[in-house]
Design a protein around this ligand. Structure first.
Ligand code: GLU
Length: 556
């Protein structure tokens, strides 16, 4: 048997059911008709039922890279690793993306659903494609079956380690199944021996390859020499082989993925070339890091230790989607904050993102900074939006608060509108789960009285202030008149209406008008610090004000 017919026959023996050729798929998935320079990117997670913040980060980079170039981004589910999967691990990913408004042009849209002409976008549904490419590699003598058992492979590695080999693995003289004869293979198959399909590498130990990483620049590495597994014994492809087939037939131009894959690039380039496919551009994104609370060291965000590693955490906490995206963009791209200052009103996803300007060292994720960003984001929302978003969140995560808020929507909106919709809005809400506490004193079902006074104010003075104010206040006042009344009370109580005067002669007074209004504030809300007290009083109403002042007078 000459070599050619040997490989042909071997291909038939290994893949009797495969009647297609790679050309068939080349036609089925033609080059995309996109404008010059348009980039095709993909987010390719495994369905583990958990969406890591690093995944959302990566997905944003994919979507923006495609968007700014007029290209296409898609979501592919990489479910070839049965060990890591759970039943419906897909929804956690698609729901997480939806919750934060990250939308792909194509690909998987939910559990069992997808859109686009380059699918199926789930690897477990692409078996025939991998087998077809595999069969073609066998026909060309570029792949072969290997019957080595796990024990044999372990023994091989131990032998290589004992010999002090620079590289361990299945290659060259160690690759004992490389040269099996046809009859031997046939007999092994007939005996039902499990086999994997291996790549026949022609790499050499002293050659190096270089490639241009879009984020890290030129990278040089030793060429791949190992006979990588392409198909596992159950016929399922390895990540390496699936990556090559899928990114080729889905016509990906830019493979953007985590930096943990850099070391695999030589394998991938060798495989693309062996398959006769064009090598895509690569961009390896940095890890999402944080400062460890205890040690202070920078480390990877961990699924086990850090609740904020899960995208679902931000949903449950009620961070607006705009806040998380806005914050992620500040850590993804150093130019984002300047762009944001110049374009305060534009949606974050309009940012002209450039992969090349991304930092290659770890991106630092800091919850405190996210909170600050989120306070800014929420501060410029109008009351109607805040009301809608809080109620939407509460409906899901705080049913009781939902009922309270929606009992009188107009009043709730008015409460949320205090110190909002003006040029200098307050920035004190970072997430929806904080709102209940933030406005709790408006609702008697939540209001907890605490009349603790600042140290500089005596109980007797506080009582005198409250007593006087109970008789003096009028809801008909406009804001100036309202404050005028508080000022007018000061002198007879031993306080001064003039803060400056107090600072010049502190010995002459018990305090100033600020102290007087603090007492009124505490009596009405049990807080020293609130938004505009005038507006609060308008919303509490006469009866409630009177009742609260009376209660405070009695209990202070
Ligand atoms: N499925 C791979 C992972 O979960 C994705 C790597 C890639 O994007 O190519 O890490």
């Amino acid at each position: 048997m000459d070599n050619m017919s040997f490989y042909d026959e071997l291909a038939e023996l290994l893949f009797p059911g495969i009647d297609k050729t790679p050309e068939y798929y080349e036609e089925l998935y033609p080059a995309r008709s996109l404008p010059e320079g348009a980039r095709v990117t993909r987010f390719a997670p495994s369905p583990t039922g958990y969406l890591h913040i690093g995944g959302l980060f990566g997905a944003l980079v994919d979507v923006l890279t495609a968007k700014v170039s007029g290209g296409i981004s898609y979501l592919r589910i990489e479910d070839t690793d049965k060990k890591r999967e759970i039943d419906d691990g897909v929804s956690a990913i698609t729901n997480g993306m939806k919750a934060f408004g990250v939308e792909f042009d194509e690909g998987v849209t939910g559990f069992g659903t997808e859109k686009g002409a380059y699918g199926p976008y789930t690897q477990s549904r692409r078996a025939e494609i991998y087998q077809t490419v595999a069969k073609s590699l066998v026909k060309q003598g570029l792949a072969y079956p290997c019957f080595c058992t796990a024990d044999e492979l372990t023994a091989l590695r131990e032998k290589q380690e004992a010999e002090g080999a620079a590289i361990t693995g299945y290659f060259g003289k160690y690759a004992k199944c490389r040269n099996l004869g046809f009859d031997e293979i046939k007999a092994n198959l007939a005996a039902g021996k499990p086999w994997v399909l291996r790549f026949r590498s022609d790499g050499s130990e002293d050659k190096r390859i270089t490639f241009e990483d879009m984020i890290r620049g030129k990278i040089e590495m030793p060429e791949n020499i190992t006979d990588e597994v392409l198909l596992k014994s159950d016929g399922i492809p390895t990540y390496h082989f699936a990556h090559v087939c899928d990114d080729h037939f889905m016509r990906t131009t830019h493979v953007i993925r985590g930096e943990e894959w850099i070391s695999s690039v030589p394998k991938h380039i060798a495989l693309f070339k062996a398959c006769g496919f064009r090598v895509p551009k690569y961009a390896h994104t940095p890890q999402v890091m944080k400062f460890d609370d205890e040690t202070g060291d920078k480390r990877k965000l961990s699924k086990r230790k850090d609740p904020e590693a899960a995208v679902s955490y931000f949903v449950v906490e009620g961070f607006p989607k705009e806040s998380l995206i806005e914050y992620l963009l500040t850590i993804i791209s150093s130019g984002f904050e300047d762009w944001r200052r110049a374009n305060p009103g534009l949606p974050a996803m309009d940012y002209p993102f450039n992969l090349k300007k991304m930092s290659s060292s770890g991106c630092l994720f800091d919850l405190v900074k996210l909170n600050d960003v989120s306070k800014n984001v929420i501060s410029v929302m109008n009351a109607q939006t805040v009301y809608e978003r809080v109620t939407e969140w509460a409906k899901e995560y705080d049913g009781d608060f939902y009922k309270v808020l929606t009992a009188d929507p107009e009043r709730s909106k008015a409460i949320l509108n205090i110190d909002r919709e003006n040029p200098k809005p307050r920035k004190d809400i970072a997430k929806w789960s904080e709102v209940r506490d933030y406005i709790s004193y408006f609702f008697n079902e939540y209001y907890e009285r605490d009349y603790t006074l600042p140290e500089n104010i005596s109980k007797a003075d506080a009582r005198a202030i409250i007593e006087k104010y109970s008789a003096a206040f009028s809801l008909a006042d406009d804001k100036d008149a309202w404050f005028g009344r508080i000022k007018d009370m000061c002198a007879s109580l031993g306080f001064t209406p003039n803060v400056k005067e107090f600072k010049q002669n502190p010995g002459l007074y018990k305090g100033h008008v600020g102290d007087v209004s603090t007492v009124i504030r505490i009596a009405l809300t049990s807080r020293r610090n609130t938004p505009d007290l005038y507006s609060i009083m308008q919303l509490l109403g006469e009866d409630e004000i009177k009742a609260r002042l009376a209660d405070a007078l009695e209990r202070i």
